[in-house]
Ligand binder design. Structure first.
Ligand SMILES: [Zn+2]
Length: 408
């Protein structure tokens, strides 16, 4: 026979109500106690008790008294305080790892970047991340077991099975249970997310225009990710791989098994590959001259390519234009499939070359259905190197303030 546990139920209700109040202020911005009572349906005395508790824990802070709400009475506004907790965030890419000790908004207190000359595979990468995250967990704890609220890991790869398993071709991870491994190591909640999604989450957090209900975020990083925002939330039902849609029927073979995938013709690697091939065939004279000026030209870099284009190398400009046109074809497909109000394009290194973005936007507008194309707004995302870290911290905050993980 099931016997109800009255103490357990009271504690559960207490948690639920604390989260109701905290998440209301977190999501809607500063609010006063009477407004919180009205929106949550909790009694004024309950709200007073809960707010007292959250103030004591530092999760809320008073910012007022600011506004005169009633005659003769000033309502004190309460604001969410992301600095109340520390978390450790990790961003794993094939050519480097960033680790940071941050608050719940992703503001870094300590951060470190480890550049890699060659990609680390499998156990080597796992050992590196474990060591660096462990160092920051110890530093953040400062001897207190509860000093760190969680670990967030952003990764260029697929994160499957409710964020439990990681599949990454570059790291050779074929279903690595990273979450379980780190939770066993550190004894705190661990959240793993794809790094295009964390960047998208960061961008969403920067705000959208009041009328924008439907926005698509395109991330040209290792691959080309596509994330859909509906009503200021990430639409979990649409997280696609735009990079593996076909834009060239007989194009270069892709590791996914297809040919002519967008990321095979629109990426820094694709531009470098085409320039190398053109140089070998006696083309790209400006680029060849630029490299001949140096005693040791070294590996061809994207900076060399951009410089040759700036100096007027028509072959190099043609390769960059073609890269932009393929991106434009991909974006036209996005417009016709989704009819979004805005497309945010994050290009990391690739879009440091403005001509690619400008060509892509013109190509997309020319190809997409007229009414859709004339209405859509384009934005080149101004995402710094810490966006993935900040995004994972924001994801982690959402997770920590869910009922199953809330430890206050
Ligand atoms: Zn592919």
């Amino acid at each position: 026979m099931h016997i109800a546990d009255p103490i357990g139920n009271v504690q559960l209700m207490q948690k639920i109500n604390r989260l109701k109040v905290l998440n209301l202020v977190r999501e809607r911005g500063p609010a006063a106690r009477p407004e919180i009572a009205r929106v949550t349906g909790l009694s004024t005395s309950s709200v007073t008790n809960i707010v007292g508790f959250l103030l004591e824990k530092g999760l809320l802070v008073e910012t007022g008294p600011l506004a005169k709400r009633d005659v003769g009475r000033k309502a004190t506004l309460l604001r969410y305080n992301p600095a109340a907790c520390s978390v450790v965030c990790v961003d794993i890419g094939s050519n480097g790892v960033r680790v940071a000790l941050t608050d719940l908004a992703g503001t870094a207190r300590v951060s470190k970047e480890i550049r890699l000359d060659h990609p680390l595979m499998d156990q080597e990468m796992l050992d590196l991340v474990r060591r660096e995250a462990g160092r920051l967990v110890a530093e953040g704890r400062g001897g207190r077991k509860d000093g760190i609220a969680g670990i967030g890991v952003a990764i260029s790869g697929l994160v499957l099975d409710e964020n439990r398993l990681v599949v990454s071709s570059s790291m050779h991870w074929k279903g690595l249970p990273l979450k379980e491994l780190f939770e066993a190591d550190f004894g705190i909640p661990v959240f793993v997310q794809n790094n295009s999604l964390t960047k998208a989450h960061w961008r969403l957090h920067q705000g959208l225009a009041p009328d924008e209900r439907h926005v698509v975020f395109v991330d040209l990083a290792m691959g080309v990710g596509l994330i859909d925002f509906i009503d200021r939330r990430i639409n979990d039902g649409v997280i696609g791989e735009l990079g593996h849609t076909t834009v060239q029927k007989d194009g270069p073979a892709c590791f996914c098994g297809n040919r002519g995938c967008l990321e095979m013709v629109c990426s820094v690697e694709a531009v470098l590959r085409q320039c190398r091939e053109a140089l070998e065939a006696g083309g790209c004279p400006g680029l060849a001259a630029l490299r001949a000026e140096r005693e040791e030209p070294g590996e061809l870099t994207y900076a060399d390519v951009r410089e040759a284009a700036r100096r007027g190398d028509a072959d190099v400009r043609g390769i960059l234009r073609q890269c932009g046109e393929y991106l434009g074809i991909g974006l036209a497909n996005v417009i016709n499939l989704f009819n979004p109000q805005r497309i945010v394009v994050n290009g990391d290194l690739l879009l440091t070359e403005d001509s690619i973005y400008e060509t892509a936007v013109a190509e997309a507008r020319a190809r997409a259905i007229g009414a859709f194309a004339s209405a859509v707004r384009f934005e080149k995302a101004d995402i710094g190197p810490d966006a993935a870290i900040q995004g994972i911290a924001l994801f982690l905050a959402d997770r920590i303030f869910e009922l199953s993980a809330f430890s206050f």
